[in-house]
Design a binder for this molecule. Sequence first.
Ligand SMILES: [Zn+2]
Length: 371
Amino acid sequence: MRFLTADYLYSLSVSPIKQGVLQISDKGEVISIFENRNEVPQDKLEIFEGIICPGFVNVHCHLELSHLLGKAEKGKGFLDFVGTVQQRNKYTPEEIQVAIEKAEKQMISNGIVGVGDICNTNDTLLQKQKGNLKYYNFIETFGVHEHKIDVVFSQVSDLRKEFRNAGQKATIVPHAPYSVPPKLMSKIANSFDRNDELFTIHNQEAKEENELFVNKNGKFFDWLNSIKASSSIWLNRDKSIDILDELDNTKMLLVHNTFAKKEDITADYYCTCPKANLYIENTLPDYSIFDVSKLCVGTDSLASNDSLSILEELLVIQENSNFDMSTLLKIACKNGAEALGFESLGAFEKGKIPGVNLIVNFEKNIVKKLI
Ligand SMILES: [Zn+2]
């Protein structure tokens, strides 16, 4: 049994407690919270400087792209970035595995306990089976040609099966509104077979995505035409978020939303990846448009970020919003755990096993994992 205390304790269920104490079992299960250090056995009290908060939840990552660290040039825009990701297979399986293992280690040392991870391959499966972190695997569908829908769908179905057979949580999701025609979208929607499934999609990451749907022109339009994409992708939709209507009442998490307007914000959850947005588009979302109880944060991949650190993402959000520390930490822990359905994570509540982080210095990005 441990009694942990610091300058502030953020349970994220109640208001922050100055010098509050967290009682936690050796296995990391929350037993109780005390408002006063005098209420607990003094010889057992472990006193730290800083803020104690639950483990972070990284809602959007692509662990399998970790070997592309530093390969994409910064600020070149989304289509240039796509070109880099298409080089992903030029590497040996060993290089890919080493990068995956290293990236996971980095997440752990940065206090991350749960991850929403996009998968196009089974490259990460071996590492995930070690059980170091909790993963929700989103099996990504990218298929712009209507005549190839059945082939694409059977590939993602097989991959989902492989992840599920390995004991991993896995759901088939579309890549983005511009990369999945309505017919494929409806196949994906019909593939949901568990009632706790979450649907996630990259949304309004680049301004060209809005141009494609609203004006039916621009760089995305030209690119999709050059690869002979089915025109039903843009002809049947007037806005990116029209895909929400194609998916009934599924629980939805929209990722990026860099070019979203207030009237676009109608889904259940939103994930921001500020450092990746700065890396690729050199732009950030307007944080004032979001309902902060539904906002989560993700690192995106090492192809579009130089680190996998939720605290670093929070620093960027803080500099570009009026969110206080409670709000920032809810975005980093509680909201993400709720979105991904990780019931044991996200807050210091009796019975949960959420991990324990000590933020030694927020501005200097120093976090230590206590449990
Ligand atoms: Zn992504």
